[in-house]
Write a protein of this length. Sequence first.
Length: 696
Amino acid sequence: MTASTQTTVRAACPHDCPDTCALHVTVENGVVTRVQGDPEHPATHGVLCTKVSRYAQRTYHPDRVLRPLKRIGKKGEGRFQEISWDAALDEISGRLCEIAARDPQAILPYSYAGTMGLVQGEGMAARFFHKLGASFLDRTICASAGSAALRYTYGGGFGMHVEHFVDSKLILIWGSNPITSSIHFWGQAQEAKRRGAKLIAIDPYRSLTAEKCHQHIALLPGTDAALALGMMHVLLQENLLDHEYIARYTLGFAQLKERIQAYPPERVAAICGITAQEVTQLARDYGMLKPAAIRLNYGMQRTHGGGQAVRAIACLPALIGAWRDAAGGMLLSSSGFTPTDVAALSRPDLLPGWPQTLPRTINMSTIGDALAHPGDDAFGPRVDAVIVYNSNPVAVAPESVKVAAGFAREDLYTVVLEHFLTDTADYADIVLPATTQLEHLDIHKAYGHTYVMANNPAIEPLGEAKPNSEIFRLLADRMGWTDPCFRDTDDQLAAQAMRWTDPKFGGSDWQTVKDAGWVKLAVPAAPFAQGGFATPSGKCEFWSAAMEKDGLDPLPDWVPPYESVASAPALAERFPLAMISPPARHFLNSSFVNVASLRSVEGEPYLDINPADAATRGIAQHQQVRIFNDRGSFIAKARVTEKARPGVVVGLSVWWKKFTSDGKNANEVTGQRLTDLGRAPTFYDCLVEVEALAAA
């Protein structure tokens, strides 16, 4: 009998989550038997979410795509036959060459954060599309509104260290449900609570997190900026400001002071659908309970004024001098601290017209409209080919009716790199089998902590699956390109991804990270205690010259939603309920929906609706309901609950359509209009009506 061999491999979670956990992967006789959190990693503490702890179930899932597939049915049917890699590469390269000969901008990459790794994300892929001269993709679908706001206010994605929240005396959990989306921050917040900190959740929905906080402020969707400006009004009126910090380390206080006069608590209460006392007491708590911290998340930016909302909230810590203390300030993203070398990794110099002439840019959040466009002088050529990797647009992009119609075009050539036959893969002409995180090498930065992580492959690729990087290497070779950069190995790509000479690395290099699994960046505990923001002025910019130059309001302000009872009364007559669609606890965007053990916990699509709204519509508990507007409709089971405030319904998402009763999900009703900053989607700026369906 052969002796059993067991090894532990250092790895990293690849998913779009701020925690970017360090993993220990146990391998026995070449098979992954366990995925655990690294107990030595300070941000992970040996703990994983229920999703990633079952990651091996994804890798060994019986439905894994393990060989190249060619479509034999109609688009959307998901009928394929296996073909060889040579046949797949020959066909794809031939079609791309044919289209590129007319205009390479007719080819569009479509990707996002199916993996957050820099190698398997946009490393070799970016080089491929740059060399091709394909259209640029504006990757906006999650974070670009908030990222733009931080860039104008702080100079980039900078924030608190997550481990210091434990010492905060007040934590505002704003537009975030960390029990679902950031369990390691939630652990810090719970410990702070045990030490006497006050936790306040600001969210239209009484989420699992909100239920466990001392207070829940259930404001209306799209009114966060008004609340932040109302807090500023009270802080100013009651002299709860840090005038010395403001004078030394901020820019534009005089202009901001004038702006906030328009936001007294009474007006803010009317805008937000809360009481004036809630506004006033929140400001007093924030100004008096020190150190005060804010954990912001991306959900609250998904309305028309989402960028300005992040900007207004980001100004608050500087007004009270919260940045003086390591346990004070704000965290939305810490990714700006990581010294990445984007140009070395993606090689924009490969572009045919670099740097004078660049391809057109298409926003991923308006892919439905883009695929329907016939092409003209303003738009450029019609999109004739889409290469999808690390994303599932038919499920996750807004106004899904248009998205699916676009991918159903018979004259659109679609290639999808995937683990499974997702909703999008069902429309592909060719599906290429990609590796999972357990089968390839990568390097990761994080946006919720300040560690750089290595992912070492734990096992050999299953079947004929290949890493994204290798797939694009092979395609580059088939295109006849001989540039040496297309022969770089994954190790070389990982080494090129960072500026290792930056002092934050303290002498570490890729080999150091690869061997240790992770390294901590040398970032001060209180990064802005003495100013030093990355803005042009070096200060926290309440007033931004860059925004004024870009034709934007240089001061924070409240931008009303496109769709609300107050801002669109005629529309609200027909569709009086505001719908938000935050992630279901056991899904991550559309990942893990096909893992049966996780899907069984979620059960089926639900819509949470307030008892008052249910009563006026004759909706009973657990009754099937139809949610609809002019864009489309979907069916869910009603949960009549006080968790949803009156006037707001909550459709937990994002379900694969093929796992729903009607083949639809919440994005049937979301729209393609964009945010004020960052050109991001407005998923939570959505009016609907809900009607009961007759019992089957």
